[in-house]
Design a binder for this molecule. Structure first.
Ligand SMILES: [Cu+2]
Length: 338
């Protein structure tokens, strides 16, 4: 049995005052193409990284009364964290994160002048190579930097940090969350990762990395997922296995419900979104297949007309049915490999 990602569940204290900018339902004749990280030129990689760093440097625009929220990125992190139990292991997991990745991409564009398209990280390529720890996404020059390392500091939150790549900068100190999932709170900390193979620790107390549980997210697993006929089963395995294990084997800031702190979150979730879109195809039945439950206790059945909670991130709650098709309604994109 594989360990399941532990997302701490927090109760919602904040009333929802949701919204998105309403967009005209135009025809999607020229969809933007989201490419795999390896397909980008170095200039395209640099442009994405520049914009991702930029968004983390802007001041918050929402949550005036929440002190832990200070940056524009925190607006997004706080929303994901606060809604944790309403958007994970429930039916709206896929459409909610589809909406969320798109919002982040839009903000990169409108607030940081991003000129590219949201990339995705196809981790099944690395899993099939048995080489996830050396994936190009972790490159110190052209990627997001690598595993966290001991810094020599005794300051809590700064003992283990990502020390290379564009996010290894003390200017990017995170205010939301705390990478130790057993001690959830908001504390200043550096961005960190703790690669793990789920095989325990070595004699120095360092996690044994191994192949980072490649068997949980390789192309064989994806084949099984694509083979399901019904949304509920496809979604359950996609979220519970490859999605959860990528969070879990990277760990550090990628582990807890504040995981959008980890910039790779958006490439990871773009790939999860790609898997759903690939499963859907251009098949009319699958583009409207949406079943399961709205709640973790499986009491309230989900419906395609459900709205999705977004707290202060917009003024109108998005409706699931508008996020079923990546080439219709408010969305107009596709993936380089489907
Ligand atoms: Cu999430």
């Amino acid at each position: 049995m594989l360990p399941r990602l532990i997302l701490p569940i927090f109760s919602l204290a904040v009333a929802a005052a949701a919204s998105v900018i309403p967009r005209a339902d135009g025809a999607c004749t020229n969809p933007a193409v989201r490419k795999e990280w390896r397909e980008l030129t170095n200039a395209e990689k640099a442009e994405y990284l520049r914009a991702a760093v930029c968004l983390r440097g802007l001041p918050k625009a929402k949550y005036a009364d929440v002190d832990a929220v200070t940056t524009r990125m925190d607006d997004l992190v706080y929303t994901h964290f606060s809604l944790n139990s309403e958007i994970h292991f429930v039916a709206n997991f896929l459409p909610w994160h589809r909406w969320y990745v798109k919002l982040h991409e839009d903000l990169l564009r409108t607030e940081c002048g991003f000129t590219g398209t949201q990339p995705y990280w196809d981790w099944s390529i690395d899993a099939d190579n048995q080489d996830t720890p050396n994936s190009p996404v972790f490159d110190p020059i052209t990627g997001f930097g690598g595993n966290g390392k001991r810094t020599g500091s005794n300051e809590p939150g700064f003992e283990r940090c990502v020390v290379d790549g564009p996010f290894a900068n003390t200017n990017l100190t995170l205010g939301m969350g705390w990478p130790n999932m057993n001690d959830p709170s908001n504390r200043l900390h550096c961005i960190t990762r703790r690669f793990s193979g789920g095989e325990g620790n070595d004699e120095k107390g360092e996690a044994i990395i191994g192949n980072m549980q490649a068997g949980a997210y390789n192309s064989n697993v994806m084949k099984i997922i694509y083979g399901f006929d019904k949304y509920a089963e496809m979604h359950e395995m996609l979220e519970g296995l490859p999605h959860a294990q990528i969070h879990s084997v990277i760990s550090g800031d990628m582990g807890p419900a504040t995981s959008p702190n980890e910039p790779l979150f958006f490439l990871h979730h773009a790939n999860v979104d790609r898997a759903w879109a690939k499963w859907q195809g251009r098949n009319a039945t699958r583009l409207t297949d949406y079943t399961g439950f709205q709640d973790l206790n499986k009491v309230f059945p989900a419906s395609i007309t459900d709205t999705m909670p977004i707290l202060e991130l917009g003024e109108t709650e998005p409706i699931v049915k508008d996020y079923m098709d990546i080439q219709a309604g408010p969305l107009c994109y596709t993936y380089s490999s489907m």
